[in-house]
Design a protein around this ligand. Structure first.
Ligand SMILES: [Mn+2]
Length: 261
């Protein structure tokens, strides 16, 4: 076992991580030098040796990113570099802090801008993934989201200079953050809507981010529902051979705990 991995389980780090599926969300990376970015890059370097089957990023990887703009391609080149080859498959769902990621060919990932995505797992089961901001039925928010993510907005924004974008992005990110923190107050409501979502899907497990809610619960139909915290408290999920684990990385080590599901 590597010294930088501590496992609270009867299994070794390599038994858990080799060819595993890893799910992360809400990293809110701001620049190459912010501590979260440095931790993210370090964690991907740690995971690289285990030949992950899939790394799924559930959105808000970036605090603000216009995927079609060369400014952000340059700003987040460090992230693209860290992701390249870190898993057989890298999947990136677009969050509410990201725009036009489908046009970000510079990111070595399969991007998904749909509400959710059904990921096939190596053991033949599947897991339903969503960023989560559309789980709650809020018409005003949906309208704002549709306007901000419209193709026309992308065509306008791609013409703006980088310095402008930095100031606009701080405002948009702050607005999105305030909405998120308001929502996370009502964990019970989030859980109810998330449970209704997974019960409508064919997958037996659903994972969501956005609300910064490290939830483990069962839906009315008995399906497993897992929430992911944001990287203000860094953590990620691991799936391997029918079991889920939550990992807590620090600059020094990653502690892995098996989830009681
Ligand atoms: Mn979000």
């Amino acid at each position: 076992m590597h010294l930088d991995l501590q496992v609270n389980s009867t299994q070794s780090a390599s038994e858990i991580l080799h060819a595993a599926t890893v799910v992360m969300s809400d990293l809110h990376l701001r620049s190459a030098v912010d501590p979260t970015s440095q931790l993210f890059v370090a964690v991907l370097a740690r995971l690289r040796r285990y030949e992950l089957h899939t790394l799924a990023l559930l959105g808000d990887v970036f605090d603000f990113c216009l995927g079609n703009h060369p400014y952000f391609q340059k700003k987040f080149a460090f992230c693209a570099e860290a992701l390249r080859g870190c898993a057989t498959q890298v999947l990136l769902l677009e969050g509410n802090h990201e725009f036009h990621l489908a046009a970000s060919t510079w990111l070595p990932a399969t991007t998904c801008t749909a509400f959710d995505y059904c990921l096939a797992l190596p053991d033949g089961s599947s897991v339903q993934l969503t960023h989560g901001d559309l789980l709650l039925p809020e018409r005003g928010y949906r309208l704002l989201r549709t306007v901000l993510k419209a193709q026309m907005m992308g065509r306008i924004a791609v013409r703006l200079p980088g310095a402008w974008l930095d100031s606009i992005s701080a405002k948009v990110a702050d607005l999105s953050r305030r909405r998120s923190s308001t929502h996370s107050c009502n964990a019970q409501r989030v859980q109810e809507y998330a449970a209704a979502w997974i019960d409508r899907c064919s997958a037996r497990t659903g994972i969501f981010g956005h609300f910064h809610l490290p939830l483990v619960c069962r839906s009315p139909q008995g399906k497993l529902l897992l929430g992911l915290d944001a990287w203000t408290t860094p953590s990620f999920l691991i799936y391997k051979a029918g079991k889920y684990y939550r990992a807590y990385p620090t600059p020094e080590r990653t502690t892995i705990k098996e989830l009681q599901t």
